[in-house]
Structure formats: C-alpha cells, structure tokens
Design a binder for this molecule. Sequence first.
Ligand code: DAH
Length: 341
Amino acid sequence: MDELLKNILDRMEGFVPSDKTELESFKVQFLGKKGEITSLFGKMKDIPAEQRKDFGLHVNKLKEVAQQKIDFYFEKFENELFEEKSKIDFSLPANFSHDGGRHPLSIVTNKIYDIFERIGFSVSYGPEIEDDWHNFSALNFAKEHPARDMQDTFFVEKDPDIALRTHTSSIQVRIMENNKPPIRTICAGRVFRNETVTARSHCIFHQVEGLYIDKKVSFADLKQTLMYFAKEMFGEETKIRLRPSYFPFTEPSAEMDISCDICGGKGCNLCKYSGWVEILGCGMVDPNVLENCGIDSKVYSGFAFGMGIERMTQQLYKTKDIRMFFENDIRFLSQFNSFNA
Ligand code: DAH
C-alpha cells in the first residue's frame, strides 16, 4: 500500500500544468468522483484495523497536497490572465462603427405621417398583392380602362385577378369596406408598375394615400387640408394650385401643384420654367366607390388624395435620379443621416 501512495505522490509532484485545461484534468484524475485519491477512501474498509488510522492520515495528506497544487496553479493562471489584459491600452481610439440611418424615403414618409397625425388621421396598411376588385373594380375602373393593361400591371402567375398593386388607392377600398365613417386615415406603401427603369421612373416606387369620409365633407375641406399639408411639408411660403384632372375613383378630380421652392415661383430648370411642381392627385370620392365599399353615398361624402414619395423626396432634397433610392449606396444614403428624427 505504501508503494501505491508513494507512486501517487511522486506523480503529483512531478506534474507541472501549462494551462487551466491541464490543471482541470489533474483535478479530475486525482480528486474527481472516480479520481485516484478519492477511490482510496473507498478502500479504507479493506485495511486491517490497526493500520487504518495511519492510512487515513496519509490519504488525507495526499488530498491536501493535490488541493494545494490546484490552488497554487489556479491563482498563477488567473494572475497571468490579468497581466495579459492589463497590457491593453485603453487610451487607444475605438474601432469606428457605422450607425445605421433612416432611408430618405422613410424620413419623408414619417414626416408625412406626422403632419397628418396632428390633424387626427390614423395610419393604415394594406397588402402588396391585390385582387382586381380592390386595385381596380371597386375604384370604378371600367373593364377596358387602359390602366389595367398588361403593360402597366404585374400579374401574379398569369392570373388576371391577382396582381401587385399599382397604387395605394387599393387600401382605401379595404378601409372603407371594414370601417364605418367617420374615416380619417393615411397609408403608405410600395406600389408596382411594369415600366422601364430610368432616371425618372421605376417599376417599384412608394405612395402615400389619404382618405377622409364623413357627413358633409366638401371640396373646400380637401383644399384646406392639402394647403395645410403643403405648408407644413415645404414651408410657410409655399403656394398651392389645383388643376382639374381625371381619376376613375374621384369626381371631381384634381392635381395639386406647389410653387417651386427652388426659384420661389419665378421659373427654373427644376420646374421646367413654369414656377410650379406637380405633387399629388386628389378629388372627392366618387359615390360609386362609396357604394361599392358599403357606404351610403346619400349620407356620406369624402375626399382622397395620393402622392408619390420619391417625387416628394426629390423635391425636398433635390436628388436627380430615382434609381439612387434603390441602390443602397452608402455614399448616397449617409448624406441623409443628419435629417434623422
Ligand atoms: N392612385 C393615383 C395614382 O396612382 C393617385 C391618386 C389620385 C390617389 C387621386 C387618390 C386620388 O386617392 O384621389 O396615380
């Protein structure tokens, strides 16, 4: 037995761990549940009674030696680690990291939401994949209306009933179908048209739609609301003008221009020397549309308007090429960070 104890002691004394992992295996080998020293305690009962006390003392001594070794090296490794860390120079400049910023189109959309929320409009959303009813039929588009033409609309899997929405006006229909007046809401989203991508037009762009339905809503309410919007968006000096236009879902319909904020209306190349910039389409919701959506057109009337966010953003920030909004070039996008709110 003495031989065995001596052998364990020799091996322990000769052991020099080079890192914490080796120290851990040492601990398991000698003091673990099935470790060499631990199992010696199990052998106590086989030792003749008169030697048992002595044996116990020796085994306890071995355990102590092992534990001291573990404690000693544990502290040593901890100290080394601390010294290693202390070598770090905390005065060095930190790695530069880029903070994300809002996309210019989101900045402008949020600004529009904010302006309309202040006068009681809520924000709504609708699906990008639409059926013929919500995108066209309910909005009073005649069956042979050119806007339904394959050239403008992306149909899904050749099903003429399912398409990517061509405007956010489809959301109007869903809101009127599912809510009772008074309705005052604004909704933004992506729209899709089968158009050639150029500096001026894109097959994907964004629109904001506004809808107001209540008793006795008049064209004067529409004009005042849009005037408030234009001044909040482009500045107090901004003038607006409404030109008669045509949309199947509004009657009467109009297009709104704002005075060019580059030349103050005097005429420049941005407004093509007219002094005015076209900004949105609007009108009184056609009674047919109200009826299509389950709203009594004898009791209620309302107005709607729709605008392109890219157009709005280009006007605000004087960007020239619509494609830049979709290229995610950090050199372009980082210029808008200071506008983040
Ligand atoms: N949906 C029209 C378009 O995409 C824009 C528009 C015009 C929306 C008049 C309206 C509106 O709500 O009343 O060109």
